[in-house]
Structure formats: structure tokens, C-alpha cells
Design a protein around this ligand. Structure first.
Ligand SMILES: C[S@@+](CC[C@H](N)C(=O)[O-])C[C@H]1O[C@@H](n2cnc3c(N)ncnc32)[C@H](O)[C@@H]1O
Length: 503
């Protein structure tokens, strides 16, 4: 027999009127708090391309990418463990089904076959296959299902932006994210979840019928609490989502010692660094340690292959992971421990924009961070983050963007200085702002004639934007992961790979 709440709830549904201009989030364009930022980007991309980007930003990325931690498991075993996890812990059919939606790296390559691949040539094929095989062996891709079209027919809950974006990535709704709610919601009620777009909804706001301000629909769920209790407690799930716009697997804190969630462009960036046994490697801005731990994992695998080949001379490889922020360095250390990679990495709290400066105080640092001493330098520095998705509102302003690109130049100066002739420098950002990407590559090439761009293998994304200081040939050597490229459907990201010419 249905309980009283349920009956009351159904009565409310019948009375519920949908407001005319409700939109699904994926129908919205990402909005800019500072219109100058949008104009700045239109200057480089043009209006039409920028609109496509704004639309893609409100949508969930196409693949959830799981890096297998080969120290503690292998891909086959992880698939079994994940399958068991989904059977035991995920009640919703969709979440169980999503797990059957997994793809290999080759599936992804097939889907992007027609995109630009001018960065590689036939001579690169061997290396190309090696990298493809390794990514295939160590990575699981789960394709996002959606956008689906659940109907916003239940009493409304209004959540904040952070919460809304998390829901689009597969999360449920925690009390802390709920802003306003319909007066009649009880424990067990079905609710329609909306995210605020322009309006500031005060925490605890109550409304009758429906919410009148601008908001966007992100799915339906079941309330696990009476509405009065949303604001009494700051922890715990308030609403379990039952019908989503996008279904992607909720994997936060799942099998944490065996896997690591990492977007494809980040994984790709590390492979471009080509870590080898005996290398001295620096990850200049490393926290929380996603790329560092992939570097360490690749070195560990090379070491174990070399031991299997009875190579008794142990070659010393050094990996330095630096971050300016001490608390964040602790996070890198914890991650390395969790993935059993701590013996491979030296984590240090340092300002990487000053490593080779003459006033370097620490005598040990003078030795460690000598100029021309690193075989591999990764500079994945602080950036505006203008490529993160799903995102409904972008809040950075023009000053933030300028500060980012100027500070990146300081880090670039140090990266070039640290790199050994013949070594590899990889520069990356999770931004679509050309001033942090193509224009910074142009800055580097113009100021350091000893540096040259080299091909990325396999080249799986778009070429650099023209009109941003690079020649066509140079554009073809960099990788621009364009969020509006629906074949690959990643976050916005940029990668450039350089070497220092030997004298
Ligand atoms: C984009 S995040 C790096 C992400 C990381 N590479 C990963 O894949 O997990 C940029 C990092 O740069 C750090 N950072 C900012 N300024 C720095 C500086 N001067 N020296 C070193 N690290 C810095 C920030 O604390 C932040 O953790």
C-alpha cells in the first residue's frame, strides 16, 4: 500500500505547472559572469565556434576515464572488481548498465579517425603503436549515456552551481548543495532538480507551486529527507537521483588503491613526456599528483620489464614532484602512498618559478635544480581552468586570464632553463584561452631559439588555433582538445611538446 507521503506527493504532481522558459542544462550555453571574457575568446575563436564551445561546456564529457593502477592490479582484474562493485552497491539499473558501456582506446581512436593527425608521420608508426598499446592496456573508458530527457514534472528542488555540476558528473545531492525547495516535499517524495543560473537563491528558501527565477533542469530524484531537514544537516545525501540527463558512473572513492580517475588529455600529456629508465624528471606543478603518479607507474613498469629481462644493472631514475602549496604536497605524498608508488617520487614544496634563480638559498636545491640538468620537464601549471566541464557559469575575469598567462611565462622560463639539451619539455593547460596556450608557445619559441616544437604521437586532437602567433606547421604540432569536438568529447585542454637543440 502506498504511504501517505506518496499519495500527497502524487497529488502535488498533478497540480504542478512547469514554467514556460525551463531549459535542460544541455540546451543552455555556458554563461560568462564577465562578458569581457566572452568577447576576448570570440576575438580568437569567432562567434559561431565560441557558441559551439559554450554549448558543449554545459554537457558532460563523453568518457569517464579510469587509469588502472598497475602496481596493485591489472585491467582484467579491475574490470571484475568494478563489475562486482556495481552489482553490490549501485541500486539503479542505469548505473549497473553504464558499466557495460565501456570502450577501449582503439574504439576512441576509430571515432576520431577523421580528425587532424598531421602531427605524426609514417616514421613515427612504431612509437605510435607502442603508446596506443600501453594506453589500451592501462586505461578503461566508460562512455557517458545521454543527454536523456527525463521530464521536470515533480515539485522543485533548487541546488547551487557546484552541486549541479557534480550531479551532471554522476553524483547524488548532498544537503549542503540544496538552496531552495517546494514547501510540500517530504521524505520519499519524487523531486525535479534545477540548478540556479542567474539568481541568488537564499539557503532555505521555500516556494509554493514552482520557482519563478531562471534555472535549468538536471533530472529527477527521490528525497531521502523531509524538506525541513535539508538545512539542519550539512552531511549526507538529501536526494538520490533516479533519472538523469547524463548517466556516468559514480566512482569517487571507489577502489581507490587500484584505480585513478583521470581525463584522457591528462593521460595523453604524460605519454608525450616519454618517461624512460635513467631519466631525471621534474613535474614542476604536480598537485594533486595525477600526472606524477602516471609517470611513476610507467617507470615502475619499465623497471619490472627490465628485471624480467635479467638486466641486473639497476638504472637510477629520479622523479621530482613539486608544488608551491605545502598542503597540496601532502596530497601528492598521500596519493603516491595509496597507489604504492611512493618509493619512486621525491615530493617537495617549492616555488617552481624560482628554481634556478641565483639567490637560491638551499645548497641541496642548487645541486638538484641545476640548469640543463633534466631529461624530462612537465609544466602543467596553474591556469584559468577555462576548459573544465560540465560548467554552467564561468566566473573568471580578464585580469585573472592575464595574470595566468603572465605567470605561466615565468614558469616557462624556468622549464626551459632546467631542460637538458636533447631532453623533452611538455607544456599543458586545462584552458581554451589562446593566451595561455598558442600565444605562450609563441612566447617560448620567440625567446628561446634553442627550443623547437616536436610532433606528438599519436596526435589525437585538433591543431592549434591559427592567428595566435604560430605558423600552420607549428599549429599542426600542438594538440588542442576542443570541448566542441564531439568525436572525442573531452574537457578543453592544450598540449605542446618541445626539445632543446643540442649545440
Ligand atoms: C593544474 S594544477 C596541476 C595538476 C597536476 N599536474 C595533476 O595532474 O595532478 C596546478 C598546480 O600548480 C600549483 N602551483 C601554482 N603556482 C606554483 C608555483 N609557483 N610553483 C609550483 N607549483 C605551483 C598549484 O598549487 C596547483 O596545484
Amino acid at each position: 500500500m502506498k504511504d501517505l507521503n506518496h499519495v500527497l506527493n502524487e497529488m502535488k504532481i498533478m497540480n504542478f505547472k512547469k514554467i514556460e522558459d525551463d531549459k535542460y542544462t544541455n540546451e543552455c550555453l555556458m554563461e560568462f559572469k564577465d562578458i569581457e571574457v566572452l568577447n576576448h575568446l570570440i576575438k580568437y575563436y569567432g562567434k559561431e565556434h565560441m557558441e559551439r564551445i559554450q554549448k558543449s561546456m554545459t554537457q558532460t564529457f563523453l568518457y569517464t576515464t579510469i587509469r588502472v593502477n598497475t602496481m596493485n592490479t591489472n585491467k582484467e582484474q579491475l574490470l571484475i572488481d568494478l563489475s562486482n562493485h556495481f552489482k553490490t552497491n549501485e541500486k539503479s539499473i542505469e548505473n549497473q548498465e553504464i558499466f557495460t558501456n565501456f570502450k577501449s582506446f582503439n574504439d576512441i581512436l576509430k571515432s576520431i579517425e577523421n580528425t587532424n593527425s598531421s602531427g605524426s608521420n609514417n616514421n613515427d608508426n612504431n612509437n605510435n603503436n607502442e603508446i596506443k598499446d600501453q594506453i589500451s592496456k592501462d586505461t578503461i573508458f566508460i562512455k557517458t549515456i545521454g543527454p536523456l530527457t527525463p521530464k521536470p514534472i515533480y515539485p522543485q528542488i533548487i541546488v547551487d552551481l557546484i552541486c549541479g555540476e557534480a550531479v551532471l558528473r554522476g553524483s547524488n545531492i548532498f544537503s549542503i548543495g540544496v538552496l531552495g525547495s517546494n514547501r510540500y516535499i517530504k521524505k520519499g517524495s519524487m523531486v525535479s532538480v534545477f540548478v540556479t543560473i542567474e539568481t541568488r537563491v537564499s539557503k532555505g528558501e521555500i516556494f509554493e507551486d514552482c520557482f519563478k527565477e531562471k534555472c535549468a533542469f538536471i533530472g529527477n530524484g527521490i528525497s531521502l529527507l523531509d524538506r525541513d531537514d535539508y538545512h539542519q544537516t550539512r552531511v549526507g545525501i538529501a536526494i538520490e537521483m533516479t533519472e538523469r540527463l547524463y548517466v556516468c558512473p559514480p566512482l569517487n572513492s571507489v577502489l581507490e588503491d587500484k584505480m585513478f580517475l583521470q581525463h584522457l588529455p591528462s593521460i595523453y600529456t604524460v605519454y608525450q613526456l616519454e618517461p624512460k629508465l635513467g631519466d631525471k624528471i621534474i613535474d614542476m606543478c604536480a598537485a594533486p599528483g595525477g600526472k606524477t603518479t602516471l609517470i611513476a607507474s610507467l617507470i615502475q613498469q619499465l623497471e619490472s620489464n627490465s628485471n624480467n629481462n635479467n638486466n641486473s644493472n639497476k638504472i637510477k631514475t629520479e622523479i621530482f614532484a613539486l608544488d608551491k602549496n605545502k598542503g597540496k604536497v601532502k596530497k601528492i605524498i598521500d596519493l603516491c602512498k595509496r597507489l604504492s608508488l611512493d618509493s619512486y617520487v621525491t615530493c617537495l614544496a617549492k616555488d617552481s618559478s624560482k628554481l634556478t634563480k641565483e639567490n637560491q638559498q638551499d645548497p641541496l636545491d642548487k645541486i638538484r635544480f641545476q640548469i640543463n640538468s633534466f631529461d624530462k620537464v612537465l609544466l602543467d601549471g596553474p591556469c584559468s581552468g577555462l576548459g573544465s566541464r560540465p560548467r554552467l557559469i564561468e566566473s573568471s575575469n580578464l585580469v585573472d586570464l592575464t595574470n595566468s598567462s603572465e605567470f605561466q611565462k615565468k614558469l616557462i622560463d624556468q622549464a626551459v632553463s632546467l631542460l637538458k639539451p636533447g631532453g623533452i619539455l611538455v607544456y599543458s593547460t586545462c584552458s581554451i584561452n589562446p593566451e595561455e596556450n598558442e600565444l605562450n608557445v609563441a612566447y617560448l619559441l620567440n625567446n628561446y631559439p634553442e627550443m623547437k616544437l616536436i610532433p606528438q604521437i599519436p596526435h589525437i586532437s585538433q591543431p592549434g588555433l591559427s592567428g595566435c602567433g604560430l605558423t600552420n606547421e607549428q599549429c599542426n604540432l600542438v594538440s588542442r582538445f576542443d570541448p566542441s569536438d564531439s568525436n572525442i568529447g573531452t574537457i578543453g585542454f592544450f598540449v605542446a611538446k618541445f626539445t632543446k637543440i643540442k649545440n
